[in-house]
Ligand binder design. Structure first.
Ligand SMILES: Cc1cc2nc3c(=O)[nH]c(=O)nc-3n(C[C@H](O)[C@H](O)[C@H](O)COP(=O)(O)OP(=O)(O)OC[C@H]3O[C@@H](n4cnc5c(N)ncnc54)[C@H](O)[C@@H]3O)c2cc1C
Ligand SMILES: NC(=O)c1ccc[n+]([C@@H]2O[C@H](COP(=O)([O-])OP(=O)(O)OC[C@H]3O[C@@H](n4cnc5c(N)ncnc54)[C@H](OP(=O)(O)O)[C@@H]3O)[C@@H](O)[C@H]2O)c1
Length: 543
């Protein structure tokens, strides 16, 4: 227990304030007592387009569930009694990752107004979100769902028009990209590792792109040509047939499958369409079950090729099939470099997604391309996604960085920036990976920064080097007193990496810290965290 700093005074639960007023006042007090006066309170950099806004950052709207650290049930409880659009939003992944072509808020609006017909676009929310969205839309009174989206989604199946002109492609608005060149994708994990993590170097030379540490880059990565060819073969297509693309143009289907359409993640409207065209009733039935998202339906996690292989009697017109597929979205990566140290370049730290399923190796579209094909692929369209994730303006403000796995990326950018500027302030990194011998990403660089004072503290948690898993939040608990003192000194607390498990657990560890070291009640601890976020001192870049 910390006897040095008094706990931050908090507005009691029973004081006559609304939760929002209490949180604001607590933020004010935390700022007063926690050193927020030297934090600059900025962090609100451009959030236009596919914003990766901090889920806990100050929201002008009242969306108390807009936090991926909350479980789906908890989010739905917070949205109970709210208008349909807000309940739809609460059912989503809350990452504002842009993978659906919207932000959570605008996807909910599009669904409720009937502008979007697919309820299965939310990648982080996956099947539970899709199921809940469909349920909410189906249960909504017609007036609540503008031009009733639910009815449109369902009628696309039951009214069974033989053309899917009514099933428009998702309303995607990819930012305009500039051509960049991937120079290399060297392994960061050593031989014998259970993972494949790459250090990707991208040349910005003629792109005119520039960035700040904390930003991400969006890359328009193409599908694997061997998957495209196998899919065309299953369709009996030559590849030259023209099909519609999400941007309104028509293109040869080979080009459309390569660069414009997502053939790895077909939507329920694709399974609906296949069901409509299936000549065998058992194929139609199985495809309908897949659309409904029933548990245990096969083929699970299917790409288009899996569906075509499993249901050879289902062959809709090629143009309709293309129109039912979602647009291929750019992949976002946190930038792991500073322009001060790596002139004209972007560095990335990318975990390669590979998975053997039904006898076929599946590679992530973006990570597979970067690791295996990008360096010989010519140029790739890219854009910079500006972020709220920024170093404090005042270099004297301490920074605490929690970044296991690829979550190290923006912290390498921060440290490279500080090293280049000669900043030797208080900077504490907590890094975790599976095994020290093979997975200590950027080990030499981190050691050098630790030695020269760019990094004042380095704690590691290698989860699989012993029987019991050790994670970054265990290091937080072991160093609770110091951590609390840093926070009392006004430190900014950053978290980057896995949203579904790690970020939630780190958030819970922070809450426990406030309870044990700050002697706050559970509710006060939550308010304290919200206040920290509202001051721009608790920043997350999680995916
Ligand atoms: C702001 C932000 C920052 C990020 N920063 C980083 C970072 O620094 N480093 C990093 O590594 N990632 C980062 N990500 C995640 C990154 O954007 C991608 O989501 C990640 O690389 C996986 O994308 P992918 O295209 O490789 O995989 P996807 O193609 O999207 O695959 C995802 C899933 O689909 C499955 N799948 C793919 N193809 C098939 C198929 N043919 N059949 C069946 N299943 C299939 C895969 O098995 C996998 O489970 C970030 C994300 C965001 C939003
Ligand atoms: N859904 C999944 O099962 C799964 C699995 C791997 C990766 N991913 C995704 O793949 C992407 C890249 O992953 P990554 O390579 O950056 O790292 P990562 O797979 O998230 O792992 C990095 C380190 O974090 C540990 N970790 C696991 N659960 C944790 C938790 N609850 N709290 C703290 N640490 C935890 C891991 O330990 P252990 O692995 O030993 O537990 C490992 O040591 C992320 O988007 C991640 O979400 C998903």
């Amino acid at each position: 227990m910390n006897a040095i700093s008094p706990p931050i005074p908090l507005i009691p639960e029973n004081a006559p304030f609304s939760p929002a007023q209490r949180a604001w006042l607590n933020g004010f007090l935390a700022g007063l007592y926690g050193g927020a006066s030297n934090t600059g309170l900025h962090g609100g950099a451009g959030t236009a387009g596919m914003s990766v806004a901090s889920p806990l950052s100050a929201e002008p709207e009242d969306f108390p569930w807009h936090d991926p650290a909350l479980e789906l049930d908890e989010r739905m409880r917070l949205a109970e009694g709210r208008p349909l659009q807000q309940q739809l939003m609460a059912a989503m992944g809350q990452l504002d990752c842009g993978q659906c072509g919207y932000l959570c808020h605008s996807y909910a609006a599009a669904l409720s107004e009937g502008r979007e017909t697919s309820a299965s676009l939310c990648v982080p929310g996956a099947r539970p979100t899709a199921r809940l969205l469909k349920q909410l839309l189906a249960e909504a009174p017609p007036a609540a769902a503008g031009a009733p989206a639910a009815a449109r989604v369902i009628s696309a199946v039951s009214a069974a028009p033989q053309s899917v002109a009514a099933v428009a492609p998702a309303a995607v608005t990819a930012p305009t990209g500039r051509a960049v060149r991937v120079l290399s994708a060297a392994a960061l994990t050593r031989s014998g590792s259970s993972k494949d993590v790459r250090h990707v170097v991208i040349d910005l030379a003629e792109s005119g792109l520039s960035y700040e540490p904390g930003d991400s880059i969006g890359l328009a990565t193409p599908n694997d040509p061997s998957l495209v060819e196998a899919t065309l073969a299953a369709l009996g297509a030559s590849g030259e047939e023209h099909v519609p693309c999400p941007d309104g143009a028509t293109r040869p289907v080979r080009a459309a499958f390569t660069r414009y359409l997502d053939i790895a993640r077909p939507l329920d409207r694709t399974t609906d369409l296949l069901a409509m065209s299936a000549k065998f009733p058992r194929h139609a039935e199985a495809l309908r079950k897949l659309s409904e998202g029933a548990d245990g339906t096969e083929p699970a996690d299917a790409d288009l090729l899996d569906l075509l292989d499993a249901f050879p009697s289902a062959r809709p017109p090629l143009a309709d099939l293309a129109a039912s597929l979602p647009g291929l979205r750019p992949r976002l990566y946190s930038i792991a470099s500073s322009l001060r140290a790596s002139r004209g370049q972007v560095n990335l730290c990318v975990a390669v997604v590979r998975d053997m399923r039904r006898g076929r190796l599946r590679c992530g579209v973006g990570s597979g391309f970067l690791a295996d094909r990008a360096a010989s692929a010519g140029t790739v369209d890219a854009y910079i996604q500006p972020s709220h994730f920024r170093l404090p303006r005042d270099p004297a403000v301490p920074v605490i960085m929690v970044g296991p796995g690829t979550g190290i990326a923006p912290f390498r950018a921060f440290l490279a920036e500080r090293a280049a500027a000669g900043i030797r302030g208080r900077a504490w990194l907590m890094f975790g990976e599976r095994n020290r011998a093979t997975d200590f990403l950027y080990e030499d660089e981190l050691a050098a920064w630790h030695k020269d004072g760019t990094l004042s503290r380095l704690d590691t948690a290698f989860s699989r080097d012993q029987r019991r898993k050790i994670y970054v939040q265990d290091r937080m608990a072991e160093n609770a007193e110091d951590l609390w003192r840093w926070l009392q000194d006004g430190a900014h607390f950053y978290v980057c990496g896995d949203a579904t498990r790690m970020a939630k657990d780190v958030d819970a560890a922070l809450r426990r810290l406030a309870m044990t070291e700050g002697r706050l009640s559970e509710h006060q601890a939550r308010d304290w965290i919200v206040a920290l976020a509202r001051q721009g001192r608790y920043l997350r870049d999680v995916y």
